[in-house]
Design a protein around this ligand. Structure first.
Ligand code: PGA
Length: 234
C-alpha cells in the first residue's frame, strides 16, 4: 500500500473537487489517497478520499486575523495537513522551528501532519543536500509524537519545474531520511517523494526503497492525470 497525496496549492474549486471525488470513487486501488486542498474546499463529502489542508496556524485561537487553527481544520472532517511545504518556506519564511510547532499543533488536534523537507538549488549546488535534509527531519519533527506523521521529501529545485532528481539521488535521500527517523525512534514512518511526479514516472519512483508514496502537485488537479498515478502501483 502506497500513499498518494495530491497538493492542489491555490488551484481548483469546490465543483472541481466534487468531480475529482466522484471520479475517484470508482478507482480500484488499495493505495491511500489524500487530497490537500484550499480551506474553502474542505467541508465537502469526500467519500473514501481523505482530505487535508495545506497549512495551519501555530496558534490555537485568538487575535490572528486570517489564520486557521488545527482544531478548525479537524472540525471540517479533514485528517491531514501539509506543514513546511517549500512554498511556505520560500514565500512565508517558515523555518524548521516554525514547521515543528505547526506539526505539534496538528498532532494535538488529531491531524496527521505531512512534514515537508528538501533542499533548494543553492543548497544543492553547494553540496549541502544531505545536511539540509537531515536537519529538516531532526528539526521539523516534534519530539513528543502522539499520533501518526508523514514525511515528504521534496527537492525544492524540482517542484513544478518538470525536473526530477535521478533515481540514485532519490534513493540516497530516502535512505538518509529513513535512517534519521530510525535514530529518532520513528521507524516505519511513511516517507513520500514529491516534485514533478506524473503518471510516466510514478511507478518507477515508488519502486525505490524507502519511498512510501508520492506527493503530487500539478498532476493531481485533473482525474485524467491523477488516477493513472494512483493505479500505477498496487
Ligand atoms: P509538482 O508539485 O508535482 O507540481 O512539482 C509538488 C509539490 O509542490 O508538492
Amino acid at each position: 500500500m502506497k500513499i498518494i497525496a495530491g497538493n492542489w496549492k491555490m488551484n481548483g474549486s469546490r465543483a472541481a473537487l466534487s468531480e475529482m471525488v466522484s471520479a475517484l470513487q470508482v478507482v480500484e486501488t488499495d493505495n491511500k489517497v489524500i487530497l490537500c486542498v484550499p480551506y474553502t474546499m474542505l467541508c465537502i463529502d469526500s467519500g473514501r478520499v481523505a482530505l487535508g489542508a495545506q497549512d495551519v496556524s501555530v496558534h490555537e485561537k485568538g487575535a490572528y486575523t486570517g489564520e486557521v487553527s488545527a482544531t478548525m481544520i479537524a472540525e471540517t472532517g479533514a485528517k491531514y495537513v501539509i506543514v513546511g511545504h517549500s512554498e511556505r518556506r520560500q514565500y512565508h519564511e517558515e523555518t524548521n522551528s516554525i514547521v515543528r510547532q505547526k506539526a505539534a499543533t496538528a498532532l494535538s488536534a488529531g491531524l496527521t501532519p505531512i512534514i515537508c523537507v528538501g533542499e533548494n538549488m543553492d543548497e544543492k549546488q553547494a553540496g549541502k543536500t544531505m545536511a539540509v535534509i537531515e536537519a529538516g527531519v531532526r528539526e521539523s519533527v516534534p519530539s513528543d509524537i502522539s499520533g501518526d506523521i508523514i514525511i515528504a521529501y521534496e527537492p525544492r529545485w524540482a517542484i513544478g519545474a518538470g525536473l526530477t532528481p535521478t533515481e540514485a539521488e532519490i534513493a540516497e535521500a530516502h535512505k538518509l531520511i529513513a535512517d534519521t527517523l530510525d535514530s529518532m525512534g520513528l521507524s516505519g514512518t511513511p516517507v513520500l517523494y514529491g516534485a514533478s511526479v506524473k503518471a510516466a514516472n510514478a511507478a518507477d519512483i515508488m519502486s525505490i526503497p524507502n519511498v512510501g508514496g508520492v506527493l503530487v502537485g500539478g498532476a493531481s488537479l485533473k482525474p485524467d492525470d491523477f488516477i493513472p498515478i494512483i493505479t500505477s502501483v498496487k
